[in-house]
Design a protein around this ligand. Structure first.
Ligand code: ZN
Length: 491
């Protein structure tokens, strides 16, 4: 599996590793190492460019712990559940739908099935505990939120947030007021979410604590037009609408945004607009078009708050289709529930009317996206391995090597390092081992360019630039080197 090779490089070179690794780590908690932190930082810079600056959104930063009433209002206390079964003998717990799916080898998708239906399958197929062969309990619901006792005796009940969205909803009136807002009002957030998964797995795909980047758009649902739509209406995307999901699976089709709207697959301009934005954003990250699609969720698969719900999925050989961005039109559900529970008025007054805004959100799973990016850009031939990241995402844009550590060559290389750093490039300096081994090391972490300073540099004031993907080399004068690299990187 590519994923296993990627995981091994990630741990060895510093993209990510399990939290508290010197002890027995708890499954589903991963830390970003130095290279992963750079990768994530570069991803967020691109994301903010498109979804914050590019959208005129207001970015906020919010707490991870929120009081219980928030989750009662949002519906998570009741609806944020997994269906589980427990071994009566050894007390092991299993997520019922996944457990049965594995047993049936994916013959049937079980998301949305009730506890009774799942229990019936367990009984009919005579499923037993895979660990001890004990009999299994009836299927029951288990809430996935982590509870937190706040205060010296833990008397104030609170939860780590299972989604970042609620903070934007709760802060909507403050943002609207302080920024003298107007609908559609866009709030962006980068933060963490927590989910007490019973069986975290597939490395960074199913975690208990994860990074999210989200945009919440508050809008007046009576306004059918959405600004910016005309700029993207001709974009083609690949989608699998509910009506093409016969027998629950089906094949995605390529269609223009305009076409998807005309066919009624997409309900409104705001949804269409953000589907196009998400799709083109993932193309820019280096994913292949054929490995991207939107899948519309069937009513029984949708979250409790969503009227329209599209999963944006990325395909890899190792994992099949994996959801990376949740795209949901949540109507005025969240605001109306908080209005009801807080007894505060959350409407805004526009065009001589009180409006309770609707909300649309694209919500990006950062760990999943970056892990699948590593898997998707991993390349290997007889001689070497490398990550074909777009230069803007690579942990460093360029590496600088002195051929030898003497005779002024190293001093010159240090000057080249300083020069490129001053030009705003992220530069890695490496002077140990042979040039061949240094090339191999920077390929393995996806650095797109490597610059070698040699004896000749002292004479001709030029260096050798090697390109990661082609391994081609070119002699380039030091004067203008920064410009040369930026232009090759399309910065
Ligand atoms: Zn058991």
């Amino acid at each position: 599996m590519v994923a296993e090779e990627v995981e091994s490089i990630a741990k060895r070179r510093g993209f990510f590793w399990p939290a508290a690794e010197i002890y027995k780590p708890i499954a589903g908690f991963w830390n970003w190492g130095p290279l992963g932190t750079r990768l994530k930082g570069n991803f967020l810079a691109e994301w903010k460019n498109i979804f914050v600056r590019g959208e005129n959104a207001y970015e906020i930063e919010t707490t991870d712990i929120l009081p219980e009433i928030v989750w009662q209002a949002s519906g998570h206390s009741e609806g944020f559940n997994d269906k589980q079964t427990m071994c009566k003998k050894c007390k092991s717990r299993f997520r019922a739908d996944h457990f049965i799916e594995e047993f049936l080898k994916g013959k049937e998708k079980l998301e949305g099935k009730s506890c009774e239906e799942l229990t019936a399958i367990i009984e009919k197929e005579k499923l037993r505990c895979p660990k001890c062969k004990g009999t299994l309990s009836e299927v029951f619901v288990f809430n996935l939120m982590f509870s937190v006792g706040v205060g010296p005796t833990g008397e104030q009940k609170a939860y780590l947030k299972p989604e970042t969205t609620q903070s934007s909803v709760l802060d909507f009136p403050n943002v609207y007021r302080t920024m003298r807002g107007k609908l559609p009002l866009k709030i962006a957030q980068v933060g963490r979410s927590f989910r007490n998964e019973i069986s975290p797995r597939n490395i960074m795909l199913r975690m208990r604590e994860f990074d999210m980047a989200e945009l919440q758009v508050f809008f007046n649902s009576e306004q059918k037009e959405f600004a910016g739509f005309e700029n993207i209406s001709k974009e083609n995307i690949r989608i699998l609408p509910a009506e093409l999901r016969k027998g629950k699976e089906g094949k995605e089709v390529e269609v223009s945004i305009e076409g998807a709207l005309k066919k009624g697959w997409v309900p409104n301009e705001i949804t269409a607009y953000y589907l196009a934005k998400v799709f083109t954003f993932y193309l820019s990250l280096g994913f292949e078009r054929k490995n991207l699609r939107f899948k519309e969720l069937l009513p029984e698969e949708r979250a409790h708050y969503a009227k329209v719900h599209w999963d944006f999925e990325v395909y890899t050989e190792d994992f099949g289709w994996v959801e990376c961005v949740n795209n949901a039109w949540r109507t005025d559900y969240d605001l109306s529930r908080h209005q009801q529970f807080s007894k505060q008025k959350l409407t805004v007054f526009e065009d001589n009317k009180h409006v309770l805004p609707n909300m649309y959100e694209p919500s990006f799973g950062i760990n999943r996206t970056l892990f699948l990016l590593l898997v998707s850009t991993y390349r290997k031939d007889e001689k070497r391995v490398w990550f074909a990241f777009p230069p803007a995402l690579a942990p460093y844009s360029v590496a600088v090597f002195p051929l030898v550590k003497k005779d002024g060559v190293d001093k010159k290389a240090q000057e080249v390092f300083d020069l490129l750093s001053k030009e705003g490039l992220e530069v890695l300096y490496d002077e140990s081992d042979s040039i061949g081994r240094r090339y191999a090391r920077v390929d393995e972490i996806g650095i797109p360019f490597a610059v070698t300073v040699d004896y000749q540099t002292l004479e001709d004031k030029a260096v050798t630039v090697r390109f990661r993907d082609s391994t081609k080399q070119e002699r380039v004068p030091i004067e203008g080197l920064g410009k040369f690299i930026k232009s090759a990187a399309k910065f």
